[in-house]
Design a protein around this ligand. Structure first.
Ligand SMILES: [Zn+2]
Length: 290
């Protein structure tokens, strides 16, 4: 059997791109879409350790106070919106890259569209992504147009069923998924990520507590672009523009074909239309600071 015929269903099963289903991840499913700014209960400052080990138990960015409430959007009162791009990379995808399918997991055309239009964006990156695409990972990390946040180490599911993704078996393994990816991102950008997104959006209440306890804020979305299952750029653009409003967090993907082939094409319509409507794409950190 040709290699492509073997890999296609494998990738389809193991790359369950986030935001694949509007019903599963609607804000209603998570008890409403309340705005939660990172101004939670004040915690005592961590003990000062000049030579603190890299894997400290609590590694929150100084002055950043995550809560265990899932954020799905920012303030509705302004004109800002956040475009977020998930950089998924499963072990199966990485194997495909290593076998010669180097385009798996990254469509550089998306980044070209964002740069050409000077559009800030947030990239939720898996820890394995820089292994597959080391040059682009450094390039994105060095570009102030982008911020890089945490999307687990290998895009495994925190709560089954989750689009066929393998499930992380224990809380200790979940901690490792979060911290390993955070360390990879720290190596790229020089600081710990502040925001975290669950693969497929799949999680339990205890998972929210775990993420917050590790110093990161769980973030979902309120607008599913549909780029993970729509093949037509016009359809992705229509769905995105039908849902977006002030404060929105839009989920898209950086992965390109075969899993999200229409993202770059959709941006050619979405980006100018947002601006025509007076909406301003900003990085997530700015949106949530208000
Ligand atoms: Zn994802």
């Amino acid at each position: 059997m040709p290699r492509a015929a073997v890999l296609a269903p494998l990738l389809a099963a193991l790359l369950a791109a986030c935001g694949s289903s509007g019903a599963k991840h609607s804000s209603a499913a998570h008890g409403g879409s309340m705005v939660v700014l990172p101004t939670g209960p004040t915690r005592p400052p961590p003990p000062v350790k000049p030579a603190a080990p890299r894997r400290a138990p609590h590694r929150a960015v100084h002055g950043f106070h995550p809560t265990s409430t899932l954020i799905t959007h920012g303030p509705r009162s302004g004109r800002d919106v956040a475009l977020t791009f998930d950089a998924d990379m499963t072990q199966a995808m990485l194997a495909a890259v290593r076998s010669g399918r180097r385009s798996i997991g990254y469509d550089p055309e998306i980044v070209r569209e964002l740069r050409a239009s000077h559009t800030p964006a947030t990239i939720f990156m898996t820890g394995l992504w820089p292994t597959a695409h080391p040059g682009p990972a450094r390039d994105l990390a060095n570009d102030p147009l982008f911020e890089i946040e945490n999307h687990t180490y290998d895009h495994s599911a925190f709560a089954p069923p989750c689009y066929g993704l393998p499930t992380v078996p224990s809380a200790a393994d979940k901690t490792k998924e979060i911290q390993s990816a955070a360390d990879v991102i720290d190596g790229l950008i020089g600081s710990q990520p502040r925001y975290f997104r669950f693969p497929g959006g799949c999680h339990s209440a205890s998972d929210l507590n775990l993420v917050a306890s590790l110093g990161e804020q769980p973030v979902q979305w309120d607008v599913i672009s549909g780029d993970a299952y729509l093949r037509d750029p016009a359809a992705v653009a229509r769905q995105t523009l039908a849902g977006v409003r002030p404060g929105s967090i839009v989920v898209m993907h950086l992965v390109g074909a075969p899993n999200a082939p229409a993202t770059a094409g959709a941006l050619r319509t979405v980006l100018p239309t947002l601006r025509q409507r007076g909406l301003k794409p900003v990085k997530l950190a700015r949106l949530l600071r208000g």
